[in-house]
Design a binder for this molecule. Structure first.
Ligand code: HPA
Length: 280
């Protein structure tokens, strides 16, 4: 029999618990091109994924593959610098493990960031979108298989997956930071091929404002394990699939992710000191 998710989590946690130190309050998942946000962490303890027992090791370009634990804007945080993607061949359960580990490190709030294409024709590359909700179009779910009640419920409620109060707080933080933000629906696909133009028009018609190759798997795991979720998308390219649709390049995506990264950093600087602690 394969190792249960709970046994795997216990083993991974035991291998780093001592190094990780005092409990963290907030977990942050850094998306493509946003990894430099971890540079602002003070008194950082860096734990490469390869040093965590049973942990998957990331291969995506611009993804480092390490936990960065320390103080950010006065709060104790654990950041994942280098996420795991389905397109790399990781299973949804591998991806969920990382989220469960962040919870084990003490966090109550999970801030997830990503790079995404703008399906909404009003969006421009360089915009930041606060995620209101998502559509899981990966065809996969990290909770398929036996459920560990110690981690979460068999049928977790997803009706408010992105915490409405924290969404409001994030909007207010953006306002204080002087950053205009969008609010919309994120659609998660597996990639790694980008969508065809017909697919993009279909995704837009399905109710999406942005599309990307991550996040939905992590957010399902986060809600499962009782984390409060905040989602921020860096809109890195127009993905309307309309007549003026331009070809996408990784360089362009990363260039716009860097612009969005500065905006997200400014928002987090306002948001983190205000986030609630110890309410669960
Ligand atoms: N599609 C999917 N994922 C993405 C995109 C996109 O257009 N841009 C950045 N990540």
């Amino acid at each position: 029999m394969t190792e249960s998710q709970l046994a795997r989590l216990n083993r991974a946690h035991a291998s780093i618990a001592e190094r990780a130190g005092a409990p963290v309050e907030i977990a942050v998942m850094l998306g493509s091109g946003l990894g430099h946000l971890a540079d602002a962490v003070e008194d950082a303890t860096v734990i490469p994924y390869g040093e965590i027992e049973g942990f998957p090791v990331s291969t995506a370009p611009s993804h480092k593959g390490q936990f960065v634990i320390g103080t950010l804007y006065g709060r104790r945080v654990a950041m994942m610098q280098g996420r795991l993607h389905l397109y790399e061949g990781w299973t949804p359960q591998d991806i969920a493990l990382a989220v469960y580990l962040l919870k084990r490190l003490g966090s109550e709030t999970f801030i997830v960031t990503n790079a995404a294409g703008g399906l909404n024709p009003d969006y421009d590359a360089g915009d930041v979108m606060l995620i209101e909700d998502h559509l899981n179009f990966t065809g996969q779910n990290p909770l398929i298989g036996p459920n560990d009640e110690e981690i979460g419920l068999r049928f977790p409620d997803m009706s408010r997956a992105y915490d409405p109060d924290l969404l409001k707080q994030t909007g207010q933080a953006a306002e204080r930071a002087g950053e205009a933000v969008r609010r919309g629906i994120y659609i998660g696909i597996t990639g790694p091929s980008l969508e065809t133009s017909a697919e993009r028009r279909h995704l837009r018609a399905s109710g999406g404002d942005a599309v990307g190759m991550s996040t939905v798997t992590e957010v399902i795991a986060a809600v499962h394990t009782g984390l409060r979720v905040i989602g921020l998308s860096a809109i890195t390219n127009a993905a309307t699939g309309g007549p003026d649709q331009q070809p996408d390049t990784v360089e362009d995506v990363l260039a716009h992710a860097a612009i969005c990264g500065e905006k997200i950093e400014a928002i987090l600087k306002e948001l983190l000191p205000d986030l609630p602690v110890g309410e669960r």
